[in-house]
Design a protein around this ligand. Structure first.
Ligand code: NAD
Length: 263
């Protein structure tokens, strides 16, 4: 039986763990070729890659490029195009975080976060759009964040990058509106992934709190449901955005944040 994304190719940046891996599994489940990207243990990544092929019955390619570097982004997009002809579904998901007051924020961390969380989405998009236009079909999805809509202290680079990503996405949506291509942000609240787990020690330091206080008084404090969002819930939304039913959803910023930004 043909699946809804058979014959399509999805490239998901930062998909060796967390939300990105959940996207990869969801889209593979609908038969798409998958390009995964990110860092991690080579054996674990190969196991995931083989698992994606088993799920999709199609191909999965791993690209370990560092997306803070423009030449590496170009190399990844070329590798994907050489293997699959081009990318039909682009999910810009790779991201990193650093938690510190502005006056102490390390300059190299600021530059890396802007490069990965914002600039990389510009570069992948500019390289993916010509093929999408030629096919008269495409989906560009950004993992933005509740922090594309509201701020939190000590996350200046991240909040800046995510607000920028939201503006970039609206602009792209307008530019490609008559080409069968949609561009949208998905904005999760807190999802329990390594990115969140890793920021707990710095947040404990920046706010002089215990681990439990960070979990309850910082992370879940603003999330009215008092639950972490799951990566699978985020991935299910991306799958919907890839469907024909979502063809007129473009330039949107879809919150999945347990009510955080409704307040
Ligand atoms: P994660 O740390 O589990 O995954 C990050 C991925 O990015 C990994 O695959 C990692 O290897 C990859 N990566 C890191 N640096 C890279 C680089 N230089 N080049 C290429 N890949 C790189 O984190 P996650 O929570 O799954 O985050 C995924 C996205 O979701 C990020 O953009 C993040 O900002 C966003 N987000 C996360 C949450 C949350 O609560 N977890 C909430 C809102 C938005």
């Amino acid at each position: 039986m043909s699946k809804s994304l058979s014959g399509k190719t999805a490239l998901i940046t930062g998909s060796t763990s967390g939300i990105g891996l959940a996207y990869a599994k969801a889209l593979a489940g609908e038969g798409a070729n998958i390009v995964i990207n990110g860092f991690g243990d080579p054996d674990a990544i190969e196991t995931e890659r083989v698992g994606l092929e088993a799920l999709s019955g199609a191909k999965a390619l791993y690209c370990g490029h560092d997306l803070t570097k423009v030449d590496q982004i170009e190399a990844m997009m070329k590798q994907a195009a050489d293997m699959f002809g081009g990318v039909d579904i682009l999910i810009n998901n790779a991201g990193m975080q650093h938690v510190a007051p502005v006056e102490e924020f390390p300059i190299d961390k600021w530059d890396l976060i802007i490069a990965l969380n914002l600039n990389a989405a510009f570069h992948t998009s500019r390289l993916a759009i010509p093929y999408m236009k030629s096919k008269k079909w495409g989906r560009i999805i950004q993992t933005a964040s509740a922090h594309s809509l509201v701020a939190s202290p000590f996350k200046s680079a991240y909040v800046t990058a995510k607000h920028g990503l939201a503006g970039f996405t609206k602009t792209v949506a307008l530019e490609v509106a008559t080409d069968g291509i949609t561009a949208n942000c998905i904005s999760p609240g807190y999802v329990w992934t390594p990115l969140v787990e890793n920021q707990i020690p710095d947040t404990m330091k920046a706010r002089n709190m215990t681990r439990d206080q960070v979990m309850n008084d910082v992370l879940l404090a603003g999330q009215p449901t008092k639950e972490f969002v799951t990566a699978e819930q985020v991935a299910a939304t991306a799958l919907f955005l890839c469907s024909d039913a979502a063809a007129n959803i473009t330039g949107a910023n879809l919150s999945i944040d347990g009510g955080w930004t409704a307040q």
